[in-house]
Design a protein around this ligand. Structure first.
Ligand SMILES: Nc1nc2c(c(=O)[nH]1)N[C@H]1C(S)=C(S)[C@@H](COP(=O)(O)O)O[C@H]1N2
Ligand SMILES: [Mo]
Length: 441
């Protein structure tokens, strides 16, 4: 089960600066170790905990003291909805329960958080001086842009883009895969505003031998080693050049929450969200597949050919995940809903399929024996999720039911009802979402 940390809100009320330090680690100072709490933070901490932290110098930044985790009130991550389920506090990872993804456009505070390292501290981020540098062996020159340069020199675009972690659904794999045990909520679709990555890359000049771009962000490695990147992934040039590939500074018309990449990030819809670099400070145009942190080995890769569950697969037989597969969510009602016999049950949710669109969504109330077609809306733009709805008015008698939803993409590929291909790291689980419904007298 997911751990839910509670009590940090008290610390936020008492000492927001300390709470920030705890969650985000501290800024780098050349004369002190990174990733550990500063003396001032430790003193303040002792006051809140009701006793000096004797070994406090060893207490890693970004970890929440267990002594704060005993309150009955919910703990909210900064800028995020208190009902996100926190899977991990170091680094912070939190998913959105399915019924809270009911909005057509995911509100910023409900977008999941997936961090590989410690985000930059909010007080250290100045949007007026933030710069993005573009360089690399296949860049014709190297250029730096302030946020203001990006806003004034390039045309602004807004797209609704589905972001889903490649590991969403991992918790169901058997044998289990290591990593965040996401259930279904590492996904969202918001309206992102920024400039086209293509326009900026072309302003710098893309060499004819360019094959990939890679990103670097301002977050720091958990070890505190400034030489190490928590993550540095990228996409092929063809993906970088798509109209919808954005360097974004706004979500739903507002600044991006700090945990989601404030003040600037990449957004690539339809691909594993690990490609959408947060706290974006540098892009490299590469003459080969980018080899940054978590691009190589087994990270964000699946076996090129299906394998038996539990086997180990050699690195050279693993392929980089590109397009995400067809998938859907039931966002209303919440699983566990109870209705009276004879009462109609409205259903709704979203469906998405990487760069493809959705052809149809069906639902079943008899564990997949029969399926009925749902009403389906078109996407707002390419790579936006699509909304579906239906009404069940014929539960035959009282008892326990499950509602299953199944989407089919524009190539005719449908979601599997059981788990799809097992893979060592537990990516790409796109099995049908199901909810429990009880019909009573
Ligand atoms: N700089 C940076 N960018 C990052 C990450 C990160 O840890 N650091 N995590 C990646 C992963 S694995 C995912 S799934 C998405 C999550 O985006 P979100 O936290 O805004 O939902 O960001 C990606 N971009
Ligand atoms: Mo991810």
């Amino acid at each position: 089960m997911a751990k839910k940390y509670i009590g940090l809100h008290e610390l936020y009320a008492k000492d927001p600066e300390l709470a920030d330090r705890l969650l985000w680690g501290r800024q780098s100072h050349s004369n002190s170790r990174r990733g550990f709490l500063q003396r001032s933070a430790l003193l303040a901490m002792g006051a809140v905990l009701g006793g000096n932290m004797v070994y406090g110098r060893n207490f890693p930044a970004g970890m929440i003291p267990a002594g704060l985790a005993n309150s009955s009130e919910a703990f909210a991550l900064p800028g995020k909805h208190p009902d996100l389920v926190v899977l991990n506090d170091r680094p912070v990872n939190a998913e959105t329960p399915a019924h809270l993804l009911d909005d057509k456009v995911t509100p910023a505070d409900l977008l999941f958080v997936r961090n590989n390292g410690l985000p930059p501290q909010v007080e250290g981020i100045d949007p007026n001086t933030w710069t993005l540098t573009i360089e690399g062996e296949s860049a014709r020159t190297s250029k730096s842009y302030t946020l203001a340069d990006l806003k004034s020199r390039f045309r602004e675009y807004t797209y609704h883009l589905t972001l889903e972690c490649g590991g969403n659904g991992r918790s169901e794999f058997n044998p289990p895969a290591k990593g965040n045990q996401w259930t279904v909520g590492a996904v969202g679709c918001a309206a992102w505003t920024g400039v086209r990555l293509r326009d900026v890359l072309e302003d710098v000049g893309v060499g004819s031998d360019a094959v990939y771009i890679g990103y670097y962000g301002k977050d720091s490695h958990l070890s505190g080693d400034p030489e190490k990147d928590p993550i540095s992934r990228g996409v092929p040039i063809s993906k970088a050049m798509q109209n919808e590939s954005l360097i974004a500074w706004a979500i739903n018309g507002e600044a991006i929450p700090v945990l989601n990449g404030y003040p600037l990030r990449l957004v690539f819809g339809g691909w594993p969200a690990s490609t959408s670099g947060k706290w974006l400070s540098r892009i490299v145009i590469r003459n080969k597949v980018h080899d940054g942190e978590k691009m190589t080995g087994q990270s964000y890769r699946v076996p090129c050919k299906p394998v038996a569950p539990g086997v180990s697969v050699a690195d050279e037989d693993m392929c980089i995940i590109e397009n995400m597969p067809v998938k859907s969510l039931i966002t209303f009602p919440q699983s566990g809903a109870t209705i009276r016999k004879g009462q109609a049950l409205p259903l709704r949710g979203h469906a998405w399929a990487g760069e493809l669109s959705i052809q149809k969504v069906e639902y079943s109330i008899d564990f997949g024996s029969t399926w009925r077609t749902c009403k389906l809306e078109g996407p707002v733009n390419k790579m936006a999720w699509q909304h579906w709805s239906a009404t069940v008015s014929d539960f035959p008698e009282t008892g326990y039911y499950e509602v299953w939803a199944r989407a089919t993409d524009s190539n005719g590929i449908a979601q599997p009802m059981v788990l799809p291909g097992w893979n060592p790291r537990g990516y790409l689980n796109n099995a049908c979402h199901r909810i429990a419904v009880k019909v009573v007298k």
